[in-house]
Design a binder for this molecule. Sequence first.
Ligand code: C2E
Ligand code: CA
Ligand code: CA
Ligand code: CA
Length: 279
Amino acid sequence: SKMTGRNRLSYFTRSLHDEAQNRLKLLNDMRSAVENRQFELHFQPIINLATGHICKAEALIRWNHPERGMISPAEFIPLAEESGLIVGIGDWVFRESAAQAKRWCDLFNKGLQISVNMSPVQFQSDALNITDWLTYLQTLGLDEKYLSIEITEGLLLNASDDVKDKLLLFKDAGIEVAIDDFGVGYSALSYLKRFDIDYLKIDQSFIQNLETEQNDLVLSEAIVVMAHKLGLKVIAEGVETEAQRRLLLEIGCDNGQGYFFSRPLPAAEFEDFLKKARG
Ligand code: C2E
Ligand code: CA
Ligand code: CA
Ligand code: CA
């Protein structure tokens, strides 16, 4: 049946209204999600391409919503950023990652670095207290080398002194820094000179068609060569096939992460994966 103009308009405004209501509900639920223990971290291994060994893991947040089930960070992180809730959520992510790193240090004779995503909003917030985090690590008894952070290039373009100071606090403590989603969005590379970065993570959009798109292979290789000359290591994101793994190894890429090796796993499953890999 055809809708009349007026009906169509009211349908449209109603669905806009519903969407706003949904966002508002999600936002409200998010306010209490940390205390209600609804967040969970999953871990995805990062593999040394030359040896096949697991060299670290990225912590990825999941929201186990009581009515909606697992909600992807792609849906709720933007809302958390707009509302500022990301600061509290990010605080939980950092501490939970550190606690998990400590458990794995105690369980395995060789510890494992956990890489923590940090939103630019969280990083720029006055409420971000890195000194508190460092104290927490000392209380836990976790060596700082078992943590690294992932930031995006946008944060470093026109970075304020405050951002620079915060980065230095991490670096001075021995926490490594990776540039996430490298290669998309910006072309200004000068920040690589100004900040002490340890890893570039090549965005998965470059890796997806590595076998068929000659340009993607050329660009990936150029990133690897440049990074190595600057003393940085390179992680390829979104590795899904053996052919991609082989090509990345051929162009000298250090590490790979993606479904070919493993999906992000809940802590217990990741632990089994580690046990099997380490024998
Ligand atoms: P990201 O940091 O770029 O994380 C990589 C994303 O790629 C993850 O999605 C991961 O599950 C997915 N992925 C890994 N391997 C493959 C693969 O082989 N193929 C494909 N197609 N995808 C792969 P996820 O877990 O849904 O996270 C999405 C984004 O949400 C992350 O992108 C990150 O920007 C953000 N995020 C996740 N956890 C956190 C967090 O704790 N804090 C903050 N601030 N952001 C987070
Ligand atoms: Ca990341
Ligand atoms: Ca990424
Ligand atoms: Ca360095």
